[in-house]
Design a protein around this ligand. Structure first.
Ligand code: FDA
Length: 394
């Protein structure tokens, strides 16, 4: 049985970051992954350009049962530290809305950078390796049986990610291992995920597929995001929807403001004063795509001139524009979700090192734990920060 100081299961974002950090500290590191390729999620992220971090990362950008948990790791390895790493590797990048940073060319550059760092740090990455069993022996070492041999280690790091995108190899392995060692795992659900229509909504809204509009969307708990809303064949998507999905529970309504930062009531009253004979259709179509207007409102109302609409009707129209309340059927689930909400309970882990409080030498990093970020590079930043935190401790 070959012994290593550190074994990391999962050669994704967090695992590779942890491996190089520990390797540079002189630790003998082995990374095991059952996939054929390291960093598969990184490769497809950000539309192939990897939104690798965000200029402004703060604890409130994360969902976690214990809201203080993320603070220490984020403060010790900041987005600026990762940006400097990217710059040292000569990777060109650009900033998009809301401080999101993307590679100019390809997400492959980030994987190459992480693998190069592992190589320089002397960490070995072994792919196509199934984990058969993990046990802790009487000497306190972990014994890992795999399809490619048996290994032992002093520190075992679980970096197997969440459940989103099973076709990329996502697995519940990390949760099962946590449970094997008696750690609590909080229920998981799909996050950063599009919503689907109820069947009767689908018949009405499917023709709007492809329309994108600015919006502010509010969840029942009051959380709000102002970003684009996209109508799809199957439901609602776009950044605003993905963001709000993290704060949505089945059966809850979302409130959509189709005229963010504007009072629809004031706009309608101004239009009424200036163009009383203009139809509602022509009025609202100046603000929103005509197809959307024709789907949202009753045809008889749309044909009326503004001065034919009563007070109550105008108020209702304004409400539909500023506070369109809709109950969606559900989400697309893990098939298309970008992250998994829930996971290994952070109360079980040290926020400084990511080590399990009750199992010496066992660490959890990245998405496998109950930490999920907003859309915008926050999930990778958590992978980098938690990976470094464990890498400094193992
Ligand atoms: P990650 O999933 O990266 O790695 C887990 C590794 O464990 C994988 O290599 C897997 O093969 C391995 N593994 C799993 N089970 C195993 C087992 N039983 N045995 C051995 N190995 C096993 N975030 C962001 O900040 N910006 C972005 O642009 C995007 N874009 C994006 C697009 C899409 C389509 C998705 C699905 C996700 C994103 N994300 C994102 C989220 C981001 O990809 C995610 O949060 C991180 O990859 C999580 O990093 P981890 O290292 O924790 O898991």
């Amino acid at each position: 049985m070959k012994h290593h100081d550190v074994i990391i299961i999962g050669a994704g974002a967090a695992g590779l970051m942890c491996a190089s950090t520990a390797g540079y500290r002189g630790r003998n590191v082995l990374v095991l992954d059952n996939a054929k390729q390291a960093g598969k999620k990184i490769l497809i992220s950000g539309g192939g350009r990897c939104n690798f971090t965000n200029q402004k990362v703060e604890p409130h950008n994360f969902l976690c049962g214990n809201s203080h948990f993320v603070k220490s790791a984020l403060a010790r390895y900041r987005s600026q530290d990762f940006i400097e790493l990217v710059e040292r590797h000569g990777i060109n990048y650009h900033e998009r809305d809301h401080g999101q940073l993307f590679c100019d060319d390809s997400a492959k550059e980030i994987v190459t950078m992480l693998m190069t760092e592992c190589d320089w740090a002397g960490a070995t990455v072994q792919l196509r390796t199934e984990i058969m069993s993990v046990a802790k022996n009487a000497q306190g070492q972990f014994e890992v049986q795999t399809s490619n041999g048996e290994f032992s280690c002093d520190s075992l790091v679980i970096a197997t990610g969440g459940l989103s995108m099973p076709k990329l190899g996502a697995s519940p392995y990390g949760y099962k291992l946590a449970e094997q060692f008696g750690l609590k795992v909080l229920p998981t659900t799909a996050g950063l995920v599009p919503f689907t229509w109820h069947s009767e909504q689908k018949a009405r809204f499917e023709p709007l597929s492809g329309i994108a509009v600015p919006s502010t969307i509010t969840a029942e708990d009051g959380t709000q995001f102002s970003e684009a809303l996209l109508f799809t064949h199957r439901g609602l998507s776009g950044p605003a929807i993905l963001q709000i999905s993290n704060y949505w529970q089945a059966g809850q309504a979302i409130s959509i403001n189709l005229l963010p930062n504007e009072s629809a009531k004031e706009k309608i009253e101004t239009a009424l004063a200036n163009h009383p004979k203009q139809s509602l259709r022509n009025t609202v179509s100046q603000w929103l795509p005509k197809r959307l207007v024709e789907t949202l409102f009753d045809a008889t109302d749309l044909d009326k001139a503004l001065n034919q609409l009563g007070h109550g009707e105008r108020d209702q129209i304004a409400k539909d524009l500023n506070e369109w309340s809709i109950v969606m059927n559900g989400t697309e689930g893990y098939r298309t979700a970008e992250v998994t909400l829930g996971g290994v309970d952070t109360n079980e882990l040290s926020s400084k090192t990511m080590e399990a409080k009750s199992v010496t030498g066992l660490y959890f990093i990245g998405e496998v734990m109950d930490v999920s970020g907003w859309l915008g590079g926050f999930n990778f930043q958590w992978a980098w920060s938690s990976g470094v935190a464990a890498g400094m401790a193992v």
